[in-house]
Design a protein around this ligand. Structure first.
Ligand SMILES: NC(=O)c1ccc[n+]([C@@H]2O[C@H](COP(=O)([O-])OP(=O)(O)OC[C@H]3O[C@@H](n4cnc5c(N)ncnc54)[C@H](O)[C@@H]3O)[C@@H](O)[C@H]2O)c1
Length: 298
């Protein structure tokens, strides 16, 4: 049985370009009031599009790595909507980093990617959790991770071998030679996933992570040096982009996840790979946290 999202209230971070606006629009389409933030000024145009779905919407230019900005967005969303139910921790940064980069680049990469992908999700999570606990009506946190490192949480030996999984017959290749700090920032989210899911379960607050593969966005086009519009693609680029997932489909899966409600899956890294149907798979067995630990006192 699914629950209705109608009249709930959400925050989507990093919603100016890429997948974030698709998350925000999908929520608004389902009757959710949506607060959005981004470091890009373009974010201020999004509420008008969201309000067209008949919901309340509000935007802030804000950096999720900065505590004062986080307080401004969370406090502002609560003041605007009278409460909060959903956090989509989506804001992210990604560019190439290599083990032999010089120290100046290394530090900039660390501050940029860890600052947003790990610290930003941490701060937003903390601020929203305090509000959810005060309200006492449950809630949903979705951290956006990546499929890079078997983040589905199922090592090959334990994987149920879904027919739709491109790696069902062989271990999933892991790691890349140019994404060490990005991957570290996303692996780090597992600490929040398991810690928050366990601690917040008694309060009916679910915590899950979306671990999707290549999804057409500003970020992935920038990473590969592709143009930002389809019209400008070469034939080879077009062939590559055609294999990526559409952000609207990724957003649809997040809506399906939220509609599971408080009795749905919890503490899951949800894998969404290119080459598979873009749909919410059945929950996988827990690997890094046991069901007993999730349900128990310690
Ligand atoms: N596109 C993919 O293939 C893909 C795959 C796996 C995971 N992801 C993850 O999905 C999320 C969205 O990625 P995307 O592809 O849409 O990226 P994108 O770059 O297209 O969009 C990210 C948005 O976040 C904003 N942002 C960046 N740093 C911020 C900060 N500190 N505070 C507030 N806003 C900030 C950007 O301005 C931008 O609007 C990210 O967490 C990313 O790591 C993307």
């Amino acid at each position: 049985m699914t629950v209705s999202l109608q009249a709930k209230s959400a925050i989507v971070t990093g919603a100016a370009v890429g997948i974030g606006p698709a998350f925000a629009k999908a929520l608004a389409q389902h009757g959710v009031n949506v607060a959005v933030c981004d470091i890009r000024e373009e974010i201020m145009a999004l509420p008008a599009e969201l309000q067209a779905f008949g919901v309340q919407a509000k935007a802030w230019v804000a950096d999720v790595s900065q505590p004062d900005d986080v307080r401004r967005v969370v406090g502002g969303a609560v003041a605007e909507f009278g409460g909060l139910d959903i956090l989509i921790n989506n804001a992210g940064k990604c560019w190439a980093s290599k083990p032999d980069d010089d120290l100046d680049k290394t530090l900039a990469d660390y501050e940029g990617m860890i600052g947003t992908n790990l610290k930003g999700e941490y701060l937003m999570g903390r601020a929203v959790i305090a509000q959810l606990l005060e309200q006492g009506r449950g809630g949903e946190i979705v951290n956006v991770a990546t499929d890079h490192m078997v983040t589905c949480g199922a090592p090959h030996e334990l994987c149920p071998g879904l027919d739709t999984c491109p790696w069902k017959d062989a271990p999933r290749p892991t790691g890349t030679d140019a994404m060490d700090i990005y991957d570290a920032s996303k692996w780090g989210l597992n600490g929040f996933l398991y810690g928050w899911a366990k601690a917040l379960k008694p309060h009916n607050i679910r915590v899950n992570a979306m671990c999707m593969g290549a999804t057409d966005s500003w970020m992935i086009r920038d990473f590969f040096g592709f143009p930002q519009t389809r019209e400008e693609e070469t034939a080879a680029q077009k062939a590559e982009v055609d294999t990526w997932m559409a952000k609207e489909d990724t957003a649809r899966v997040v809506i399906e996840l939220l509609e599971e409600g408080p009795n749905g899956r919890n503490a899951q890294n949800i894998n969404l790979c290119v080459g598979r149907p873009v749909k919410l798979e059945a929950p996988l067995p827990h690997v890094y946290i046991t069901q007993e630990s999730l349900d128990g006192d310690h």
